[in-house]
Design a protein around this ligand. Structure first.
Ligand code: PLP
Length: 443
């Protein structure tokens, strides 16, 4: 069979592929336009609508901050988008990159930091670099895809030998069990142990149990790598991240975060002891063989970091909105799970006995109603990521939202929940287009 034909067969049955016709351009790959912030425009083939946006990880509202925009523009005007050309190691190193790294190391309370061009690739590379075939990785079951890809790469080097152990999400007893097994294993191989968790779990907003994990360091010999993509800039008294929040940052051996969330940019960094950072700089394949982060981003990131570290108003505004929306949802009887961070999941329950296609139809109809009739834009997560019949809304508050936005949103959620409970979103078809075309989105 021709490879492309085979791929197209697979596409028809792939989890998201089977919804492509009805969802592409609306539920998936939606187009948001206008200035980045809570009030944007949502473009579909049937027009452009203003929406109240709760789907951006622009936690501190920096994306559109006037000082940030000015720094970005000046960086672009002075250096252009191409500079520096080449990988850091070859021809892409600059004083600006080094200055940014010094600022990041200070903020993360580590000896040194290394700036990377993309968070996802960097995480894969960090794992690839830091462990070899004799070492064992112990990781949380809900680890982000980039951590999983790093673990897959490690697996590929271990010749079929089991060298990675997973523990159920935040289950410290099971983690200890796995550490016991891992300790035995590395005694045989002569290797070492790396534990990996997220600081803030980006889907449900709960925190990695960093206190529990670091306490286990008294009993077991391991190093800890944290992916704090959602905690950097948002958690801890100074925004220094989830390690700072728990008061255990000194026990986090490798602190990783991306600039794609609170940093309102692109790229990321890893911070640790200086010799380890030097080793990573020299050996991370995704950085040695790929272009350096462009100058306008580096200049812009220095400004963002300066604002994050010197002006608490960004975090204060963020947490004012986080508390208002989370307390508001709870007061109105909504289940927001175990979040302890700005990430705000809202769980609703449709028909658990429906087929997966029917469950998705019910969930997407609800989302359609929320977007078209209430002008509220957020993302949803459906089966199989959450149990059948459950719809998880992912609401992301930012410093740029207002209390009026919060009130409007909770009221809209209340009305939609009522309709869900009345079974008004049940439908066989997952196709928003016919309703949008008719101009009538009614449930
Ligand atoms: C936990 C976590 N790690 C890593 C990444 C990847 O970061 P980037 O967007 O910088 O590649 C993300 C982004 O979604 C994330 O949520």
């Amino acid at each position: 069979m021709d490879l492309f034909e085979k791929v197209m067969e697979r596409a028809k049955t792939a989890d998201l592929g089977k919804y492509q016709a009805g969802a592409d351009g609306y539920f998936m790959f939606p187009k948001l336009e206008g200035e980045i912030g809570p009030e944007m425009n949502f473009r579909t083939p049937f027009g452009v609508k203003p929406i109240l946006n709760w789907s951006l990880n622009n936690y501190l509202g920096l994306a559109n901050d006037p000082e940030v925009r000015k720094a970005d523009a000046e960086g672009a005007a002075k250096y252009g988008l191409a500079a520096p050309m080449g990988a850091r190691m070859m021809s892409g190193q600059t004083v600006m990159h080094e200055e940014l790294e010094a600022m990041l190391a200070k903020y993360a309370k580590k000896q040194a930091a290394f700036v990377v061009n993309f968070g996802y690739q960097a995480m894969i590379s960090i794992i690839d670099c830091i462990v070899d075939r004799k070492d064992v990785i112990v990781y949380d079951y809900e680890a982000h895809a980039c951590i999983m890809d790093g673990i897959f790469l490690h697996k590929s080097k271990c010749g079929g030998e089991k060298m990675s152990y997973v523990y159920p999400h935040n289950d410290m007893e099971k983690l200890e069990k796995q550490l016991k097994l891992a300790t035995k294993k590395v005694a045989e191989t002569g290797g070492s142990i790396l534990v990996i968790t997220e600081g803030v779990f980006g889907m449900a907003g709960d925190l990695g149990n960093l206190k529990g994990i670091t306490d286990l360091k008294d009993k077991y010999n391991f190093r800890l790598l944290i992916d704090d993509a959602h905690g950097f800039g948002t958690m801890g008294p100074n925004g220094g991240g989830t390690g700072e929040h728990f008061g255990v940052q000194d026990k986090v051996d490798l602190y990783f975060a991306t600039f794609a969330k609170a940093g309102a940019g692109i790229g990321g960094f890893i911070a640790s002891e200086k010799p380890i950072i030097d080793y990573l700089r020299m050996n991370m394949r995704s950085q040695i063989y790929a272009k350096s982060l462009p100058m306008p981003m580096v200049v812009g990131l220095k400004k963002r970091l300066e604002l994050m570290t010197t002006n608490p108003k960004y975090r204060e505004n963020l947490w004012k909105i986080v508390h208002a929306i989370q307390e508001g949802f709870k007061k109105d009887g909504f289940d927001i799970g175990k979040t302890q961070s700005p990430v705000t999941p809202v769980y609703m329950h449709g028909d658990p006995n429906a087929s997966d296609v029917e469950c998705t139809a019910e969930a997407t109809n609800l989302l359609l109603d929320l977007r078209e009739n209430y002008g509220i834009f957020c993302s949803i997560v459906v089966y199989p990521v959450v149990p059948k019949g459950t719809v998880m809304f992912r609401v992301i508050p930012t410093a740029a939202h207002t209390l009026e936005h919060v009130e409007r949103t909770i009221n809209a959620f209340k009305e939609c929940k009522k309709k869900l409970d009345e079974g008004r979103y049940k439908a066989k078809v997952v196709d928003p287009w016919s309703m949008l075309k008719s101009g009538k989105v009614e449930f």
